[in-house]
Write a protein that binds this ligand. Structure first.
Ligand code: AP5
Ligand code: MG
Length: 181
């Protein structure tokens, strides 16, 4: 089983991923976490990515697909994709990578949550890219480049939309119901 968790910046993808991977024995693949690890390691890729991430823009599809392909090569387990794919090109690239292994995405969980609640959550956290200007741009980038994926997966009958507000436990219970069905 391969699952995608899709949602705006700050919608709770990372938080719910921790619960989902435990419950369904999936491997967590967060492209944001992978990029932050590159930044911390001081690599050239990290340096280039940091400038893009600090603005709240997207790192190039080629770099992202290259990183993901590397991870898929080394994994026997079902995956939980968090923060990836983020563009139609990434989604098509992922479909191709999985098809090479005679596999495919089983479910896409969309976290649906109000913008103002998201901004409050992120300002309270305070990651490097959690200042008001960058957050607004991340949300705009999401609406323009990532939101089209909702239709992409709906047309494949893979999309389930889950209400993303409430406690962590309440939201997880909604997701668990979808993935157990
Ligand atoms: P990424 O790391 O993916 O960040 P994001 O999508 O902006 O989302 P966040 O990680 O901020 O939020 P989340 O949805 O995981 O929510 P969380 O659980 O943390 O990407 C960062 C950047 O990397 C991008 O802008 C881009 O530049 C680049 N990048 C990454 N992937 C890429 C790709 N595929 N292509 C191109 N570029 C890419 O929750 C948020 C906060 O809310 C936390 O403090 C949490 O504790 C709190 N919270 C969570 N749930 C609840 C709840 N139920 N109630 C109250 N608070 C809650
Ligand atoms: Mg995250």
């Amino acid at each position: 089983m391969h699952v995608i968790i899709l949602g705006a910046p700050g919608s709770g993808k990372g938080t719910q991923s921790a619960e989902i991977t435990k419950r369904f024995s999936l491997k967590h693949l967060s492209t944001g976490d992978m990029l932050r690890a590159e930044i911390n390691s001081g690599s050239e890729l990290g340096l280039a990515a940091k400038a893009v991430m600090d603005e709240g823009n997207l790192v190039s599809d080629d770099i992202i697909l290259g990183m993901v392909a590397e991870q898929l090569k080394n994994s026997e387990k079902g995956m939980l994709f968090d923060g990836f794919p983020r563009t139609i090109a990434q989604a098509e690239g992922l479909d191709k990578l999985l098809a090479e292994e005679k596999s495919e995405i089983s479910h896409v969980i969309e976290l649906d949550i109000d913008t103002e609640e998201i901004v409050e959550r992120m300002l309270a956290r305070g990651r490097d890219d959690d200042n008001e200007d960058t957050i607004r741009n991340r949300l705009a980038v999401f609406n323009k480049q990532t939101a089209p994926l909702i239709e992409y997966y709906r047309s494949q009958n893979k999309l389930s939309t889950v209400l993303g507000s409430g406690t962590v436990e309440e939201i997880f219970a909604r997701i668990e119901k979808v993935l157990s069905a």
